[in-house]
Design a protein around this ligand. Structure first.
Ligand code: SF4
Length: 311
């Protein structure tokens, strides 16, 4: 029967681990409820699990009662949101991924240096909203698929959302450079190591696969990019599922090799359930295809770091 190629790295990245641990640790130390502005990470399983344990997910701060503790999600927030929390006297813990914070800092630095900044990303995504909020009068958001629609006066630089497809972003930069030949590059890659590794891992596997299934939620940018990357790399078909319940047996018609990966916000349990679902349908032969080992970790926000005992 068929075989499965299981990509690695897949699943949780260091920023997601940190954000989830932040909420868990806040619940442990301060007790429920802990409010979280927006989904802590874009994954249905994670949000459901933390909700059962006492986290309350809200869209905006006005849903948070006075005096409560609120955690900002891994995707980051604009300074305006932080200021609003401060005005309300809310206790806050910022679980923004340090690699998103790095992009915020680059935006501030470039704006202060007088650059107009083209921010390549999806305007509706929370991460882009947060970065944009650092210097709205200097930032122009452009979609990676249609970078031609930006106008800017004066020196121009560019930044990007951390979870874009690398190839599509580089094509957008090439397009932009035709308009702005002196456009200044960011000091380092904005697309994070986790997005790059997961994309590269599935790129290696996809040409051997008639079908690729990416485990991830529909609002997860990096998971959606994995579907596009798999198709671009030669998979005949690729689908995004939250878990085995979304998989369709008809996808398996005529398929010998199935590639499996998962986005950076996805726990391993739904991946294991999908492997069980495939095994029950004759795809029990699983080969692990490891591109590289990831060892990166991020320390928790300062409010949650262990306190040193005096003396
Ligand atoms: Fe941070 Fe990248 Fe993970 Fe997003 S995907 S939380 S930017 S490491």
């Amino acid at each position: 029967m068929g075989r499965v190629l299981l990509a690695a790295p897949r699943g949780f990245c260091a920023g997601v681990e940190r954000a989830i641990t932040t909420v868990e640790e806040a619940l442990r130390r301060f007790g429920a409820p802990v409010y979280v502005r927006k989904q802590i990470v874009h994954n249905t399983y994670v949000v459901g699990d933390l909700t059962r344990r006492g986290a309350v997910f809200v869209e905006e701060l006005d849903e948070v009662p006075d005096g409560s503790l609120v955690v900002f999600s891994a995707h980051g927030v604009s300074p305006a949101v932080k200021q609003a929390a401060e005005r309300r006297g809310l206790r806050t813990i910022d679980a923004t991924c340090p690699l998103v914070t790095k992009v915020h800092k680059e935006a501030v630095r470039m704006a202060e240096a007088g650059y107009e900044i083209v921010l390549i990303g999806h305007a509706e995504h929370e991460e882009v909203e947060g970065t944009y909020g650092e210097a709205p009068e200097h930032i122009h958001v452009v979609d990676p698929a249609s970078p031609g629609e930006v106008t800017a006066q004066g020196p121009v630089s560019w930044l990007s959302q951390t979870t874009l497809a690398v190839d599509e972003t580089m094509r957008a930069v090439t397009e932009l450079r035709k308009r702005f030949p002196d456009m200044v590059d960011p000091p380092s890659d904005d697309i994070c190591y986790a997005s790059q590794n997961r994309q590269e891992a599935i790129t290696r596997i996809a040409p051997q696969c008639e079908l690729v299934i990416v485990v991830g939620s529909a609002n997860s940018s990096n998971s959606r990019r994995l579907v596009e990357v798999a198709l671009g790399a030669g998979a005949d078909a690729a689908y995004l599922v939250d878990g085995a319940a979304d998989a369709d047996e008809r996808w398996l018609d005529g398929v010998r090799t199935v590639g499996i990966t998962s986005g950076a916000s996805v726990p391993e349990r739904p991946v294991e359930e999908l492997l069980d679902w495939l095994a029950a349908r004759g795809y029990a032969d699983v080969e692990r295809m490891t591109l590289t080992e990831e060892t990166r970790t991020f320390s928790l926000p300062p409010e949650l770091r262990p306190t040193r005992k005096p003396g």
